[in-house]
Design a protein around this ligand. Structure first.
Ligand code: COA
Length: 387
């Protein structure tokens, strides 16, 4: 396998972007990444997008979006793995470059979610659950994650206050991220007083519905050197992809996310790294319980200790292992197809030392974990400053 480097990132401000179409958002992020990388042509474009048909009435994104950039003719592919579509777009692009099929790939993620009303958005998101065994019975994603939270609480004594502490931390980090959807300081009391969505998850335990796009340019280490950037060389040293059962009813243990654990194990094995070597982490906090469970699944904490780690400040911006310095999905927003790409953009920014007020000092090894549905799919990528 060839070594792969990240040489450019592009982010747009996430939010309720009524004035921007899917293709406009995508093109803004893609052009920003190409400009950042200093390249004007690529060998391949990958696009993570969960449900452009249901959210925006548009399919066949690969040709639509390549054409939008004036790149008609370039190989392009949209990939889908629910909310892990962005992570999958990177995985596919990583394989292209590492395997020698392409030298330089534009990796993108996009989702236009707010042009439909709340019920239609909930339906579209719900197609990422098992329709026969879950969706048909009326369960939604807040409901599925609420069930995971209930089990975690029963098994490990996790409390609503500890769930709320995740939202408090991530909203505090999001205040420092100009791209975040919500610049909102919240307290534990605010979270507990917000509307109950699915017991025990309140409104402020949930990620929002978001429009957004993000992009990366990845290439070989040789090409990265030719580009002559003054930034430290950041390589993707580990890539893990895994699945789990779609329906929660088929899981052995609802207090753990086995697909996330498997993806992380594969990424650590490829990179030759251990969880304790990480300096900064972005995980898929689509609900506060998800951050607790994913930090356990990627091995930062033993099962049952993810919640107390937040309480103790271990995952805060200046804690032992900062988690979601970007503000996470909770505050930055969760345009589902874009999320996995945006997470890696944050880790690259941190490793380049360009994260401004939310910089994790001295970070040279980071991890991004992206998850589809209630953990039915997961990607994990490890990035490192090359020595
Ligand atoms: N965090 C913080 N604030 C939020 C929010 C969130 N997750 N969701 C909505 N708000 C705010 C809105 O900005 C709005 O504020 P305003 O009154 O000052 O304008 C207010 O809360 C009400 O917003 P509204 O859009 O009417 O909320 P809603 O009840 O329709 O939706 C949720 C709230 C939590 C149900 C919705 O955001 C949701 O479904 N989130 C989960 C998305 C999801 O499942 N993603 C996939 C994960 S696997």
């Amino acid at each position: 396998m060839r070594d792969v480097a990240v040489v450019g990132i592009g982010m747009i401000d996430f939010g309720e972007l009524w004035e921007k179409s899917l293709r406009t958002m995508w093109a803004e992020a893609a052009l920003a990444a190409l400009t950042d990388a200093g390249v004007d042509s690529v060998d391949m474009v990958t696009i993570g997008c969960m449900s452009p048909g249901l959210f925006a009435g548009q399919e066949h994104l690969a040709s639509l979006l390549a054409d939008e950039l004036g790149m008609a003719g370039v190989p392009a592919a949209r990939v889908e793995s629910a909310c892990a579509s962005g992570g999958l777009a990177l995985r596919m692009a990583f394989a292209e470059v590492a395997g020698g099929l392409s030298d330089t790939v534009l990796v993108t993620g996009v989702e236009k979610m707010t042009d439909v009303d709340g019920a239609d958005a909930t339906f579209a998101l719900g197609t990422a659950a098992d329709q026969e065994w879950e969706g048909f019975h009326g369960i939604t994603f807040p409901g599925l994650y609420a069930m995971l939270a209930q089990v975690h609480m029963q098994r490990h004594g996790t409390t609503s206050e500890q769930l709320a502490a995740v939202a408090v931390k991530n909203h505090a980090n999001g205040l420092l991220n100009p791209h975040a959807q919500y610049h909102l300081k919240v307290s534990v009391e605010d979270v507990l007083a917000s509307t109950m969505v699915a017991d025990p998850l309140h409104l402020l335990d949930c990620s929002p519905v978001t429009d957004g796009a993000a992009a990366l340019v990845i290439t070989t280490v040789e090409r990265a050197r030719e580009l002559g950037s003054e930034r430290p060389m950041v390589k993707i040293t580990g890539s893990g992809l895994a699945t789990d059962t779609m329906a929660l009813a088929n899981r052995n243990d609802l207090s753990q996310l086995d697909g996330v654990r498997l993806a992380a194990e594969r990424a650590y094995a490829m990179a030759g790294r251990k969880p304790e070597e990480l300096h900064v982490v972005e995980v898929h906090d689509c609900f506060t319980i998800a951050e607790i469970m994913t930090t356990e699944a990627i091995g930062l904490f033993d099962p049952g200790f993810g919640a107390s780690a937040v309480d103790k400040g271990l995952t805060s911006l200046h804690g032992k292992i900062p988690v979601n310095p970007s503000g996470g999905l909770k505050s930055k927003g969760h345009p589902v197809g874009a999320t996995g790409v945006a997470q890696v953009a944050e880790i690259a920014t941190q490793l380049w030392g360009e994260a401004g007020q939310r910089q994790v000092e001295g970070a040279t090894i980071g991890l991004a974990q992206n998850m589809g549905g209630s953990g039915g799919s997961s990607t994990v990528h490890i990035l490192e400053v090359a020595s």
